[in-house]
Design a binder for this molecule. Sequence first.
Ligand SMILES: NC(=O)c1ccc[n+]([C@@H]2O[C@H](COP(=O)([O-])OP(=O)(O)OC[C@H]3O[C@@H](n4cnc5c(N)ncnc54)[C@H](O)[C@@H]3O)[C@@H](O)[C@H]2O)c1
Length: 275
Amino acid sequence: MSYNLLKGKRGIIFGALDEQSIAWNVALKAYEEGAIFTLSNTPLAIRFGNVKDLAEHCHTEIIPADATNVKELEHVFNRTMEIMGGKIDFILHSIGMSMNVRKSREYDDLDYDFYRKTIDISAMSFHKIIQVAKKLDAVNDWGSIVALSYIAAQRTLYRYNDMADAKAMLESIARSFGYIYGREKNVRINTISQSPTRTTAGSGVKGIDALIDFTERMSPLGNATAEECANFCIVLFSDLSRKVTMQNIFHDGGFSGMGMSLKAMTQYKKCLEDE
Ligand SMILES: NC(=O)c1ccc[n+]([C@@H]2O[C@H](COP(=O)([O-])OP(=O)(O)OC[C@H]3O[C@@H](n4cnc5c(N)ncnc54)[C@H](O)[C@@H]3O)[C@@H](O)[C@H]2O)c1
């Protein structure tokens, strides 16, 4: 069902790779809600993913860019404004990658080149995107910028590894830049802390199935799906959330408020009985 929440709004969505991607779901919803936008991802992701199908469905253009490269980001913004005939209203940062996670390097045995890339791709790229947007004056007053985070920014979750550090930095960037961009242009910046979700990035974390089962049992409302996350992104892009900024908002079925649930306790007791 469409509410036309984004009618007349224009944006850029970074990070749609395939149907499972959170950004893919956001693009479908944004299109449904009346927005026009461009899509951006790395040339490699565009070649190997199926983002071209998404672009076709949404009647839009894909602008390739490595989000760690400022020049390429400038091109994304300039080209988008050219296509749209003016400034934009929303940006989604849905980008994350850790070679340490992919290669199963433990946190006390990190490869530092990988670590630097994790921070650059998964956190600093958020700063770069916002800084480029601001310098080009690409965002309309009361625009909205959203990035996707995870609870490992606040609590230690086994195997999330150096991505936890990246997410802590990502959330901090939302606050630091949220103050400046809010003060000067009324642009709001928030992060959404999403439940574990089966996507290409999510599946990089070994044991994701056990984690998804655990958080499902722990959360009173159950895990939030990629589609539900997309709905929440739309609310943050819309005028209905105009005074929400510099926040990290948990979109996790209540997991972040829990310590132990009946369902998790029941399962844990079964394991103890098996010992
Ligand atoms: N899946 C989960 O469990 C989960 C939970 C909470 C938060 N998140 C976050 O959601 C976001 C989207 O991830 P997803 O789960 O949809 O997985 P995904 O793999 O579909 O998306 C990750 C995207 O990052 C892109 N990317 C990687 N390196 C890049 C670079 N240098 N420049 C530009 N783009 C680059 C990939 O091409 C891909 O499109 C990430 O920030 C992720 O950390 C995911």
